[in-house]
Design a protein around this ligand. Structure first.
Ligand code: 1GP
Length: 255
């Protein structure tokens, strides 16, 4: 399934290290699922969460958002519609460049597993097949330009974020995403706390083609509406989905 970003206004962030709500009907109305987290995530619990959610909502795209290449396998790639890979502008080098090269290096190795190209004598046939497999895998991946704005969050610690961006810098990162890096998504990340609308307003000035996501502390319809009204294309809701599923329903915009 390809992602039609034009139709996405509500994203659910599922942390595979946490339990899913017992009643998955709360997912009615969400437009896209991102499966990933900062703590306790493994390839196995990612796969389990992806499969459970995909079985319940086969009609919405389910994406893995890995924070390590060790959480990605040929099975997770097969199980998801896409892989969303964060590039953290205000993180350390590892989180803007290093992990991505690791991930693509890992993907470059997968054809050996899939095609058995390490077997001597199969030669060019497998080699060319291998290239196809690599480009198939790689085409499932999209980058997210990220700005992590809550220094207290695990996401900030993990990504080596030591300073937040000013609204002017957020706008600059948004402009760079749209015109220079070309990631399809720009993500204002306040993970765990509500950051208000200031950064979204700043970022939205420069974004036309890029999808602008806001995540962090959305636990009411009012906050979701405020962020969408400020220019976000979609809100991302994580904690509230796991901690208070009934309130989570209110974060899904009426259509
Ligand atoms: C986290 O942006 C998401 O990556 C959602 O944040 O968990 O605070 O809803 P919350």
């Amino acid at each position: 399934m390809t992602i039609d970003w034009e139709t996405v206004t509500h994203v659910t962030k599922v942390d595979p290290a946490k339990d899913l709500p017992p009643d998955l009907t709360v997912l009615e109305g969400t437009d896209l699922i991102l499966v990933g987290g900062s703590d306790g995530v493994t390839e196995a619990n990612t796969l389990e969460a992806v499969r459970e959610i995909d079985a319940y909502r086969p009609d919405v795209p389910v994406c893995q958002e890995p924070n390590s290449s060790t959480h990605v396998s040929t099975e997770t790639i097969d199980a998801v519609d896409a892989l969303a890979v964060a590039a953290v502008y205000n993180g350390d080098r590892e989180h803007f460049v290093g992990k991505h090269v690791d991930l693509f290096t890992e993907i470059g190795r997968k054809p050996d597993e899939i095609t058995g190209s390490s077997v001597p004598g199969v030669g060019g046939f497998v080699e060319s097949k291998g290239v196809d497999v690599v480009s198939d895998l790689a085409s499932k991946i999209f980058g997210e330009g990220y700005v992590v704005q809550n220094l207290e969050s695990t996401a900030a610690t993990r990504a080596g974020v030591e300073t937040t961006y000013t609204p002017e810098q957020v706008a600059g990162a948004a402009l760079a995403t749209e015109t220079f890096y070309g990631f399809p998504v720009f993500y204002v990340e306040y993970s765990g706390t509500y950051g208000g609308t200031r950064d979204v307003e700043a970022a939205s000035r420069y974004i036309e083609e890029t999808t602008l996501l806001y995540g962090g502390g959305i636990d009411s319809g009012e906050k979701a509406s405020a962020v969408l009204d400020a220019g976000a294309d979609a809100v991302v809701v994580g904690d509230c989905f796991h901690d208070d599923p009934e309130t989570f329903r209110e974060t899904i915009p009426d259509r």
